[in-house]
Design a protein. Sequence first.
Length: 455
Amino acid sequence: MNKDVDRQKSDHEQHAEASTGLRLLHTGDEEKRSEIIPLQLLPVDELVPLSQSLITPALARFFNLNVQHCPSRQQSFGNNAGRKSEQRLQFHYVEQLDQIRHLQEEDGAQNADLSEDFHVNQALDDLFRSQIIASGCGAVKDGDVARLAGTKRLQTDAELLNTFGALHASDGSSTHEHAVEEFGMTQSVLERENSSNSGDGATGSSGCGAGGSSGARTLKRPRLVWTPQLHKRFVDAVSQLGIKNAVPKTIMQLMNVEGLTRENVASHLQKYRLYLRRVQQGNPFSSCSNSSTTKSILTELEHTHHPNALMRVHISTAGTRPDTFFSSALDTRPSNITMTSNGHHSHVNSLNGLSGSVNHLLPQHIPSLLLQPVSHQLSQPMAMVKPPPPFNISQQFEPRLYGVKRVNSPPIRTSASASSDTHLLENMSVMNHAETHITATASSPPRRALTLFPH
DNA sequence: CTACCAATAT
DNA sequence: CATATTGGTA
């Protein structure tokens, strides 16, 4: 059961954990391989009381937020309750972030200031969500946040990111890099408690019990969250390898993401394959499209088996629930995408200011993987495959990604020549919400949750 | 013994 | 759902 956990714990992770000091406690069999001292929660006094806003007044003001307190949440901060508290703390963040988001949405482009700071806001949002929330690191101190918000507004995303990175690093003796790595691993919510404390199962997935008195707690590695970035890497890897060689291990290596385990990939791959299968059967974008639509698209792809094959697709992304990670990260509100991957127009009407590189995300890789025997690329399996640069999670928060100002009404026209990287999120966005209509103008897109692999 | 992978669990 | 874990198998 835990054998893999033990076996696959990467050296990197160990290192990161050791130096970060943020790692969740590991005990039991973990000790076999590492002299890492089980690290528990941060000292109670370092945690922000839940009765207190997790967003400093400065930050709140910065975002025009009206932060209320959540006294009711203030609970025992006992050692054993630490985890739970942390989680609540995270939720608290979520709420506040949502608040921010909503405010922004409502204000829309109206408010120039907000609009202008959108990228910062967005970055903040995502950072918080994906790092604090997803990573399960609830240890953000007031001072840090304050520093983050700064007396003066942050000028650049980079600054924000750096600050944030430092924030994490500040917790332990870890370096920024390590912190980033740690979180970059996108380990998310601390799952799974140990046997002992069934306690108040109300909240469901409780955190990993703090070391408490008796050890014997085997903490599991937090769930990996397949962020668009990660997924992109994944898809790229698979594409390069071709179905034939696309096995977990290889993919993992190609992805070159620190801390990513084979299991992670295997699991994802499994799902991905299911997705591909679905698509193959003529049901790519589950959502609306009737098979006919889908089919024609596929047919075209089939006939061309070239990424840039001609295909005219009208994509309309449905509204989404603003509370999933993806929706957060991708910010996919109703949008329309009309593209012609023929190398021509790519019009995007979206709040994101998506751009033309949309073609990139269409089931493009599918034909190469399924519809065609993946010829060219496969000739030199590993040799020619160029592993992308090591995945530094900070990439996930590439400033550029948030550099787009949000514009509500006017459709944004962008050249399709933009680097694909820049539009990673956008791509994923579409990918996730994609609903294809060869014709229509999907007026009332059904609301549905985001999925990496629409079904 | 490792890695795949489909099934199953959380 | 999305991921993790398991267990049979190559």
